[in-house]
Write a protein that binds this ligand. Structure first.
Ligand SMILES: [Fe+2]
Ligand SMILES: [Fe+2]
Length: 170
């Protein structure tokens, strides 16, 4: 049943992250810097879509590599460094991993989970055939599948687009 105490409780640390002042400020910077962007944006809705797809992908694979909360935390944090990439050119996967660390420590994920999450964030831009950790692979796949390309007017200009992306996979 949606809203049971157990479900709500299990997402407590994810809710702590999205209410954290640093997280909120990173998201605000991304929103501001993407105001004129015509390609996919990287706001809260993108993080949440990636979380839900990555979680269902991992469930379907049947390997429980991390708690649901940990998977959601990774997905919600995987692009938080985008604003730095826009300003300095530094790869946002690296920046996001760096910025995610204190947020994960703040809400008491254990060191093993933090290591898995940080590695997954670092890997999320790589090709899913390139020997990624299970979480990195789930994030990379969810990142692509989260985009509703079918009616996008930027298809022809988008370097990520291929006709396969018009189909529903997840
Ligand atoms: Fe990304
Ligand atoms: Fe992304």
């Amino acid at each position: 049943m949606l809203g049971s105490d157990e479900v709500l409780h299990s997402m407590a640390r994810v809710n702590q992250i999205i209410e954290n002042a640093d997280y909120v400020s990173y998201m605000a910077k991304i929103e501001e810097l993407e105001k004129e962007r015509r390609y996919c944006k990287h706001g809260f809705d993108h993080g949440l879509n990636v979380a839900r797809i990555a979680y269902s992908y991992i469930l379907e694979r049947g390997e429980l590599i991390l708690s649901k909360e940990g998977i959601y935390a990774a997905a919600l944090l995987h692009d938080i460094g985008r604003w730095v990439e826009y300003q300095t050119g530094e790869d946002h996967a690296e920046v996001s991993a760096r910025l995610a660390l204190p947020l994960l420590e703040m809400c008491n994920f254990n060191s093993e989970s933090i290591q898995i999450i940080i590695t997954g964030i670092r890997e999320h831009r790589r090709h899913c055939d390139s020997n990624l950790t299970p979480l990195g692979e789930a994030l990379a796949i969810a990142d692509n599948c989260s985009r509703a390309c079918r009616y996008c007017t930027m298809q022809l200009q988008c370097h990520k687009f291929n006709p396969e992306m018009k189909r529903i996979v997840y």
